[in-house]
Design a binder for this molecule. Structure first.
Ligand code: TYD
Length: 134
């Protein structure tokens, strides 16, 4: 499975906590894009796509949600619920996000600019692409 959880170093003292994210250092790629998801509600799922050529790190800055990760052979679930843990997702991984807490805030760092053409939004097509590329 082309994903892993990364523990971020926390600089904390009596004033609060701080985490620094740096491309090609604690983030394993050059960061070309940052976006965030907020104002979430539990009833709706997001994601349901894969990327042909994109790496991402997702951090639940606030709140929680569940991720489903699927490489075409196996399907695994995990919860993101800590601002000091990043979920790295590499290429060719189907992902679904669900069970958002109200007002969950996800920050996503991406290795490429937004390009709708490199999304695979159909699960059957994803399986087809996986089977033809290996
Ligand atoms: P979408 O892919 O549906 O979000 P999610 O992965 O959370 O399900 O994206 C929602 C909309 O935002 C869609 O119209 C595409 C647009 N969008 C951009 O314009 N730039 C971006 O960097 C991203 C991630 C999405």
């Amino acid at each position: 499975m082309n994903y892993r959880l990364i523990n971020m170093k926390v600089f904390g003292d009596e004033r609060g906590k701080l985490i620094s994210l740096e491309g090609n250092k604690n983030i394993p790629f050059e960061i070309k894009r940052v976006y965030y998801i907020y104002d979430t509600i539990p009833d709706f799922e997001r994601g349901k796509h894969a990327h042909k050529n994109l790496e991402q790190i997702i951090i639940a800055i606030d709140g929680s949600c569940q991720f489903v990760l699927d490489d075409g052979k196996r399907r695994e679930e995990l919860w993101l619920n800590r601002p000091d843990v990043g979920l790295y997702i590499g290429k060719n991984m189907w992902r679904e996000m669900r069970h958002f807490s109200y007002g969950c805030k996800l920050m996503i760092l991406a290795s490429e600019y937004y390009d709708e053409k490199e999304y695979i939004r159909d699960y059957d097509k994803f399986i087809e692409e996986i089977n033809t590329s290996f």
